[in-house]
Ligand binder design. Structure first.
Ligand code: URA
Ligand code: SF4
Length: 197
C-alpha cells in the first residue's frame, strides 16, 4: 500500500461505524497495486482474512490466485477489496445496513485507484456496485459502464468451491475478462467530465 490508499487506510482502520467492529480481529482494508487496471471486489472477510488482515488468503483466495495466474495475471498487478471490511460472525451474509455504512470506503478506494475494470465477485459485490438487485447469473461476464469504470461481474470463487458446476464457467469468465482488458477498452468519460473538455 502506498500514497493515498495508505493514508485512507490510516483514517479508517479503527472504524466502529457498525457492530462488526466489535467481533473482528482485524479490519481487512484491501491489498494490491494502487495503479491496478482491475479491482476485484469480494463480499466480506472470512476467518483467515480476519486473522491476517488480508483479503482472499483462505481457500477462496487460493482459487482466486490460481484463476488469476491461469490468464497471466498476478496479485501484485491487481487490487482486491471487499464490500465489508470486517468479518460477519460465522461468515453470515452482510446485512443491508452494514453494506450501507461500509460501502463508501470501497467507493473511495475506487476513486483513488481509478481502475478500468471492477470485477465483482458474487451477488453482494455485484449488486452493491451496480446499485440494483440483479442476479449474478443474468449479468456474469457482461461488462457495463458505471461511473468511470466497467463492471465485470463473475461468480464468487467461494461459491465455485462448493458447487462443482460453477468452476468451469468461472474459468471461462476469467478468460473473457483478460480478453476484455487486452482489447484496450477505455471507459467513456462521464457527462460532467465531458463538459470540461
Ligand atoms: N471471500 C470474500 O468475499 N472475501 C475474502 O476476502 C475472502 C473470502
Ligand atoms: Fe466500519 Fe465497515 Fe468494519 Fe462496519 S464493516 S466497522 S462500517 S469498516
Amino acid at each position: 500500500m502506498v500514497g493515498e490508499l495508505k493514508k485512507f487506510f490510516e483514517e479508517v482502520k479503527d472504524c466502529k461505524k457498525c457492530q462488526l467492529a466489535y467481533s473482528r480481529t482485524n479490519l481487512v482494508f484491501g491489498s494490491g497495486s494502487e495503479s491496478a487496471e482491475i479491482v476485484f471486489v469480494g463480499e466480506a472477510p472470512g476467518y483467515y482474512e480476519d486473522q491476517q488482515g488480508e483479503p482472499f488468503v483462505g481457500a477462496a483466495g487460493k482459487l482466486l490466485s490460481e484463476l488469476l495466474s491461469s490468464v497471466g495475471l498476478k496479485r501484485e498487478d491487481i487490487y482486491i477489496a471487499n464490500v465489508l471490511k470486517c468479518r460477519p460472525p460465522q461468515n453470515r451474509n452482510p446485512l443491508p445496513e452494514e453494506i450501507e455504512l461500509c460501502k463508501p470506503y470501497l467507493f473511495r478506494q475506487l476513486e483513488i485507484i481509478k481502475p478500468k475494470i471492477v470485477s465483482t465477485l458474487g451477488n453482494f459485490a455485484t449488486q452493491t456496485i451496480l446499485g440494483k438487485r440483479v442476479p449474478i447469473t443474468s449479468v456474469r461476464a457482461k461488462p457495463s459502464q458505471v461511473g468511470n469504470f466497467f463492471v465485470f461481474p463473475m461468480y464468487h470463487p467461494a461459491a465455485a468451491l462448493h458447487r462443482g458446476d460453477m468452476i468451469e464457467p468461472l474459468r471461462e469468465d476469467f478468460i473473457k475478462l483478460k480478453e476484455f482488458l487486452d482489447s484496450g477498452v477505455e471507459p467513456e468519460p462521464e457527462p460532467e467530465q465531458l463538459e470540461l473538455l
